[in-house]
Write a protein that binds this ligand. Structure first.
Ligand SMILES: Nc1ncnc2c1ncn2[C@@H]1O[C@H](COP(=O)(O)OP(=O)(O)OP(=O)(O)O)[C@@H](O)[C@H]1O
Length: 293
């Protein structure tokens, strides 16, 4: 069953672009990454999905129902917005208890567990917290009622690397317990570690949806060659080469395909140096999918 179903969703802000014809689905138990640069439409998609803003056209459903028509769905979902605003004078525990009062269950044990994992001091006043610690409050708030669907809009901003790791571990644990996770980010490397599938959004449109395993199994290589003399681009016209950059005697490109073909081509060259590495997903997206944008 698909927990999230979005079909042809379009939303504009007056004359300015929001999102255009966005379609995607997230299966039960999946961790789904939603990747795009700043302003690409991630938050707009999420807010429309949650029924917080109205689309111009298209449909969005959670557990098969529209959030507008069935606000009770929110009982089963945990949402961390990209920006969190709190009552500055409240203590962390009071704020979390207040959030928990919206759900029909006792969340006090889970609040303490989550605060311990995230190293969050429950006795502090919100106004005394750093940006990263406020983000932790948002994370605990999103998870405290053990929701079936967790929607996180840029959750890791402000968290230090150790806390990011702890947070990822929390998300993996929620997945093991059966939760579905929708996770937006502009940092591909973090999504790479966590997600089963990923959609890339650019300028309000979805470019691709891929299984993470397919992306990683594809033999993408980042190849850098230093030659003993200057060269010509025609030599590098092999199928599968993209993002070819030639500067004096330095040649760089991304290659996808049978590695033997590219090593045969390189064997013909007079090399000074050669490095073959794995491009990160950022490079794959930016250079392979750029032309589709
Ligand atoms: N309330 C608003 N009024 C007018 N334009 C808006 C509003 N909210 C978003 N937009 C515009 O819609 C587009 C998509 O913005 P959105 O916030 O959805 O992107 P995002 O991918 O979440 O970006 P970021 O990573 O910076 O949070 C942008 O061009 C933005 O300027």
């Amino acid at each position: 069953m698909n927990v999230i179903e979005i079909h042809h969703l379009t939303k504009n802000y007056g004359k300015s672009r929001g999102i255009t014809d966005v379609s995607l689905s997230v299966a039960e138990g999946e961790i789904f990454g939603f990747i795009g640069p700043n302003g690409s439409g991630k938050s707009t998609t999420i807010r429309t999905l949650l029924g917080l803003i109205h689309p111009a056209s298209g449909t969005a459903a959670i557990f098969g129902k529209s959030c507008f028509e069935h606000p009770e769905i929110r009982q089963q979902l945990g949402y961390l917005p990209s920006e969190v605003f709190y009552y500055e004078n409240m203590r962390v525990l009071d704020l979390l208890n207040y959030s928990a009062s919206f759900y029909k269950k006792d969340c006090s044990k889970r609040i303490r567990e989550l605060a311990a994992v995230m190293n969050l001091d429950l006795t502090k006043k919100i106004s005394d917290l750093s940006y990263g610690n406020k983000k932790k409050v948002g994370i605990v708030q999103g998870l405290l009622h053990e929701p079936k669907l967790i929607i996180l809009d840029e959750p890791t901003g402000g968290l230090d690397p150790l806390m990011q790791q702890k947070f990822f571990e929390l998300i993996r644990e929620e997945k093991r317990k059966g939760a579905t996770v929708f996770f937006s980010s502009h940092i591909l490397s973090e999504v790479q570690k966590l997600c089963d599938r990923v959609a890339f959004i650019k300028e309000g449109r979805i470019l691709r949806q891929e299984k993470m395993s397919d992306l990683q199994e594809n033999t993408y290589k980042r190849i850098s060659i230093e030659l003993n003399q200057e060269t010509r681009p025609e030599i590098f016209q092999l199928e599968g080469i993209s993002d070819l950059q030639i500067k004096n005697k330095m040649v760089k490109f991304i290659f996808k395909g049978n590695i033997n073909q590219v090593t045969a081509m390189i064997a013909e060259l007079d090399l000074r140096n050669l490095t073959i590495g794995e491009p990160d997903l950022e490079e794959i997206f930016l250079h392979y999918y750029e032309k589709e944008g």
